[in-house]
Write a protein that binds this ligand. Structure first.
Ligand code: LLP
Length: 421
């Protein structure tokens, strides 16, 4: 459920007409709903009610500080994967003890940054990383709290580019080697082993892979405890999918996911962390774009819009489906027409949808991409020298620009010309 609905014939973000935002900031732009962000955070938080738990929002999904602050004020922690994300979380006011650090390639500098600023735990992904973390912590006179990410070799049944829990993926250590690697960690004086971490992939639409992975984590918890490790925290990653197309069968709900967590892991008495990104931010954001031309091709009509693959890369990169709707509510019973919906970038991959049926729209009209809040703005680039598009946050009847559109000069003047030219 989200808070982007038609009212009085026009698409609204909460109580603000989307067209009003377009008039203020120009197109294309991203707009997020505070109510939807909070609703999704609370769905997870409530689903884990009764367990000692922390929902650590995977901020890679949408990392604007206004979004982070909205969620942090509601009680969320953050899952970060780079020094940049760590700094951003801190800048948004998230305390270090609510930040977990994930990722396969943490550098010594990033580790130092987090140890200096405070960190809830590092999710360690390899033995070489463990050694760098140990040495860095010792040099700073600290003990770094860690979980070790295990790769449970479970098929997440999602797009290959976002599956992470199979043995061929680069993530975690093979669960079969866990005892050995935990023993090594326990022998290092700069590390405090506190738990286990697992994340098997993103946009999962079935609970079965989670169940398979969490059962393995439950068994491993008992084994490691028997080996003498004080396993008291389980980080279960993110990955629960969202409905992208309204006629698709909806993926399981956070409440079902929470019940699964309780069923598979509740008896262990561990503190539970989860790292949802997409389910919190995905349906909390739209990308809004203006139709530039309707072009008749030989066998199809193209809707050429001012948003492009550099602004929203998911269709080009993952063949992702995004619902695209007119901002003016279509009249009831109007015939749907078929378009290829494309951006202005000079490659055929700049295609958002092929043969998509939608209500007729014409040049100058606005269209909205639904479910664009996660992995939208954060994955955008300036390809074709197109400046990053603005982000706007709505809260009831108010809206604020939370990242403005840079000027062309700002973009161009970042280049420096060597003096020999
Ligand atoms: N935790 C870890 C360690 C992760 O790697 C990820 C996502 C998450 C949590 C959050 O997963 P979520 O709840 O959002 O599914 N750009 C792709 C998605 C990449 C996901 C990467 N890792 C897309 O647009 O579909």
């Amino acid at each position: 459920m989200d808070h982007f609905i038609y009212k009085n014939g026009a698409l609204h973000a909460e109580d603000v007409p989307v067209a009003e935002i377009a008039a203020a900031v120009g197109t294309p732009f991203y707009v997020y709903s505070t109510a939807t962000l909070l609703r999704h955070f609370h769905l997870f938080d409530d689903a884990l009610d009764g367990l000692d738990h922390l929902v650590c929002y995977a901020m890679k999904a949408a990392s604007n500080q206004a979004i982070l602050k909205t969620l942090a004020q509601a009680g969320a922690g953050m899952d970060v994967v780079s020094g940049g994300e760590y700094r951003r979380a801190k800048a948004a006011g998230v305390p270090g003890d609510r930040i977990v650090f994930s990722g396969v390639g943490k550098t010594a500098a990033e580790i130092r940054l987090a140890l200096e600023g405070g960190i809830r735990q590092f999710n360690v992904e390899s033995e070489p990383e463990m050694e760098v973390l140990n040495a860095t912590a010792l040099a700073m006179g600290q003990m770094a709290p860690i979980t070790i990410r295990v790769n449970p070799d479970v098929d997440a049944k999602t797009h290959a580019k976002i599956a992470t829990g199979k043995s061929e993926n680069k993530f975690g250590i093979p669960i079969s080697r866990a005892r050995e690697v935990y023993a090594l960690a326990a022998s290092m004086d700069g590390l405090e082993v506190i738990g286990i971490d697992v994340h098997i992939g993103s946009q999962l639409t079935d609970l079965a892979p989670f169940e398979a992975a969490y059962q393995k984590v439950a068994e491993l918890t008992e084994t490691l405890r028997a080996d003498g490790h004080n396993i008291r925290r389980l980080d279960l990653g993110g990955g629960l999918g969202i409905p992208y197309a309204r006629d698709n069968q909806a993926p399981p709900l956070p409440v079902d996911y929470g019940a699964l967590v309780k069923r598979t892991l509740g008896h262990l008495g561990c503190e539970i962390e989860i790292e949802p990104g997409r389910l919190i931010a995905g349906n909390a954001g739209l990308m809004v774009s203006e139709v530039i031309y309707v072009k008749s091709g030989e066998d199809r009509d193209f809707l050429i819009i001012d948003g492009a693959m550099n602004d929203l890369i998911r269709p080009a990169m993952y063949e992702a489906y995004h619902d695209i709707i007119p901002v003016i509510e279509p009249a009831p019973g109007v015939d749907q027409v078929k378009f290829d919906i494309v951006g202005p970038v000079c490659e055929s991959g700049d295609t958002f949808a092929k043969g998509r049926f939608m209500s007729p729209v014409t040049a100058g009209e606005l269209v909205a991409f639904r479910s664009a809040g996660a992995y939208g703005a954060v994955m955008s680039s300036e390809y074709n020298s197109r400046p990053l598009i603005p982000e706007v946050l709505v809260n009831k009847d108010q809206f604020a620009v939370i990242r403005r559109r840079p000027t062309f000069d700002e973009m161009i003047n970042r280049d420096t010309i060597p003096e020999w030219l």
